[in-house]
Design a protein around this ligand. Sequence first.
Ligand SMILES: C[S@@+](CC[C@H](N)C(=O)[O-])C[C@H]1O[C@@H](n2cnc3c(N)ncnc32)[C@H](O)[C@@H]1O
Length: 235
Amino acid sequence: MIMNDEKWLYNEMSHSGVDFSDSREVQIYDSYMQKIRNIEPEVAKMKDALILGSDDSVLDIGTGTGEMAIGLACHCKQVLAIDVSAAMIEYAEQKAERRGCSNITFQQAGFLTFAQPQQSLDRVISQFALHHLPDFWKFIALKRIYTALKPGGIFCLQDAVLPVKVDDYKRYFTDVVKQIEISGGEKVARDTEKTIRDEYVTLDWIMEGLLEKAGFTITSQEYGAPFIGTYLCTK
Ligand SMILES: C[S@@+](CC[C@H](N)C(=O)[O-])C[C@H]1O[C@@H](n2cnc3c(N)ncnc32)[C@H](O)[C@@H]1O
């Protein structure tokens, strides 16, 4: 619950970098994701990683256009899918309705503002959203997730994370943007530049430290191109 005098609280509704509050951006994002992602195997992999059972509840933070939330909903009891962007939530909600998926609740909320249940969630996931927060607020977000999870609960975090072992960052970023331009086109390449420049992508060792200091045990971590980290954590 946000108190009126918490003027110091980071405004997570302000959209750093790409403006996902704009419904045109939401459509562009979804068509790019449909093009580059193979969602069925991704859902299957996530379901296995989470050891997801039919009685489990899942919280998806920064759900975006809802593909993973909708995919997981077929394999569990209930999904709560949240995002700070009203345009994303509206788009994802319509998609879920079209696909006849009725066990998802969509809410406009974020890492720092979701109504925090104490030790009541079985599973939490978040993909490509945490880097919208500066590092201190990432830590607060992770502690909130930790508190909301039941003991033994599982958290899967996938996000943009930079490798510490890169000597020439100019060349590294230039190559990444070039590759993305080839696979996704001009607009996505410009958005990637925005992510690098204006969002808060942190380093791999910092993310590992934040997770551990928040209380999690990291049971597996994977790093892949272009600067993606995937962490499976337990409480
Ligand atoms: C790159 S998209 C990822 C969407 C989706 N998870 C996916 O994998 O396709 C980032 C999403 O994070 C959301 N977001 C940004 N800041 C957030 C915050 N503080 N809390 C929750 N969601 C946030 C954005 O609105 C956007 O929908």
